[in-house]
Design a protein around this ligand. Sequence first.
Ligand SMILES: Cc1cc2nc3c(=O)[nH]c(=O)nc-3n(C[C@H](O)[C@H](O)[C@H](O)COP(=O)(O)OP(=O)(O)OC[C@H]3O[C@@H](n4cnc5c(N)ncnc54)[C@H](O)[C@@H]3O)c2cc1C
Length: 426
Amino acid sequence: MVQKVVIIGAGPAGLLLAHYLLRRCNYNIDIYERRRDPRLTDISSDRTFPISLQKRGRKAIQAIAGLEEAIAAQSVFCEGTILYGKKGKLRQIPRQNPVLTIDRNRLVSILLKHLNETSSPNQVKVHFNCECTAVDGTAKTVTLHPKEGDSFTADYDLLVGADGARSQVREYLAHNAGFTCSQNYVPDAYKSVFLSRLNPSAGVELEPNKIHVYNLNNQARMLMVPQPGDQLHGVIIFGAENNPLEGLSTKEEVHTFCQEKFPIFGQLMSLEEAEALLKRPVARVLTVRCDRFHEGDSMLLIGDAAHAVSPSIGQGCNSSLEDVLILGQLLEQYGDDWDQVLPKFSEQRVPDAHALRELSDYTFPRQKFLVVEFFLRTMVKRLFHRWFPDWVKPFVFDLVLDTDLPYSQVLSLSQGWINKVKRSST
Ligand SMILES: Cc1cc2nc3c(=O)[nH]c(=O)nc-3n(C[C@H](O)[C@H](O)[C@H](O)COP(=O)(O)OP(=O)(O)OC[C@H]3O[C@@H](n4cnc5c(N)ncnc54)[C@H](O)[C@@H]3O)c2cc1C
């Protein structure tokens, strides 16, 4: 029997899930997304930022024929990071396995395009500018509010909340199904930044396949990632209570600020971008922790809606895509019996999501002496792992990025380090 699936949220998790379900043939899918269609707008006009995908996220994408190739064609593979210090000092941190970097909205556009190309409108419909405003788990309906026109309801056999950290579906579950969920803001806030990688008149040309980071006194940093067409997309990150741009009111002031405080990026910033940066809103990152991800056989949370984390080790999207991979494996194993699949998904995924939270909060230390120790340990473990692969495992960050060991295993292998960083930050 064909089942009616409603997915709230056309982000990376919701769209990849639609791809997976379509391969199984017995689903009719409606996706409701409150934003406009990203394919019809300039990439920088909606909130966006660069995402790096590694082993876990890429493995999930590889299951859909042709999808990874389509994403790779609009990505840049970065082979390491350059840290810029004051007085022009540089530190190179190479990566053995390049990471695929792509703008979040571009990734979403490719997932949408591929979905259109590989399915018919009878199988899947994506409704943009259409916000889910209420859920009724007893009647199995959702209320949708389009930007234009009247609200309406849609019924479902299975409802998937893929609606990000501020999930409406999770709100319903927390208030009506006894879910224990907590939400916290990370201390940092950010603004998106868009630059060119080149400024021939100033003789500046940043390397095309490296992530570029400039740290300003532990209070603020700029992280810029190369994108196709000699673009750099990134963010300026600062303490939420300590926005260095707050006192600035003109594009000239922002331009001068960036040239003085982040000279390598200031030289690449036009006055137009300085003005846009001034106007862009400050964004905060909300983290989410839930004790389960499903209700009965008809409601499920995936991605940030279930387990949003700090972006410090770049795992939010990787883990969201991995959710879909694991769900796909369970559907295969239990012959699409959601009554069995959903509890198994929570059982397998909740411990990993909680471990990921610890890893995201405590892999990177803030204290200078621990930062040095972190890099030393990483280098030494890389060397010994190369010589004795069966005896020595890579250090925590490499385990997260370059393997698909469950996050709970990575945490137990790295618990000593995580505890040390945790103690240092209390
Ligand atoms: C600055 C920054 C850098 C990051 N870098 C990385 C990185 O390098 N690597 C990595 O793996 N992760 C990274 N992340 C995390 C990553 O962006 C998220 O984990 C990922 O986007 C989660 O995907 P999702 O589909 O679950 O949720 P989202 O991407 O949040 O998508 C949810 C969608 O649901 C829609 N929606 C919300 N509410 C409703 C509603 N009521 N009705 C209808 N639609 C709704 C939203 O508009 C949105 O399109 C970063 C995050 C930030 C903030």
